[in-house]
Design a protein around this ligand. Structure first.
Ligand SMILES: [Zn+2]
Length: 165
């Protein structure tokens, strides 16, 4: 669990990093995440000495920033969960849980196995969040959020189905 949910730089870099685009606080992210997920053109402009942070504000186009540098969604080779509400966007990048997969499972079974399945993979040491997930850290909080909202969205349909007329 620890190897997955830790980002290498987090311990050392706790100063407040504010996104130059939206002004919200970012979270420092290890450069290996940018190396893994930037497009080739964006990767060619990386500064390995810069301390990059991730902006999770949904309406902000910036994904990563450092002093004088911003990488936007188009500079990232995968869709960014926080910035792209489409059903096909992964919530868990390591094991392929999209919003649609979570919603479909809840629609079919009334519950989601995503968090338990992912947790088991994490415990088995299979996750690669720092390489696959643009936020560079464990996806479980996002998964639980999508499961909650999918379950809440389903409730009215369930009630109306149980309604006799
Ligand atoms: Zn921002």
């Amino acid at each position: 669990m620890e190897s997955c949910c830790r980002t290498a730089a987090t311990g050392e870099r706790q100063e407040v990093l504010r996104c130059p685009q939206c002004g919200r606080r970012g979270r420092s992210v290890d450069i290996v995440t940018l190396k893994s997920l930037l497009t080739p053109a964006a990767r060619a402009t990386l500064d390995p000495q810069a301390g990059y942070a991730f902006c999770r504000e949904p309406s902000c186009p910036a994904v990563y920033f450092a002093d004088g540098q911003v990488y936007r969604t188009q500079d990232v080779a995968v869709p960014v969960f926080q910035k792209d509400p489409s059903p096909a966007v992964p919530v868990c990048y390591c094991f392929g849980w999209t919003r649609a997969r979570i919603h479909d499972e809840i629609a079919r079974m009334g519950r989601s196995t995503a968090a338990d399945t992912i947790s088991a993979h994490v415990r088995a040491g299979r996750c690669a969040c720092e390489l696959t997930n643009p936020q560079g850290s464990c996806c479980l909080a996002n998964v639980l959020g999508v499961v909650r909202s999918a379950a809440a969205a389903r409730t009215p349909a369930l009630l109306s189905r149980e309604d006799p007329r």
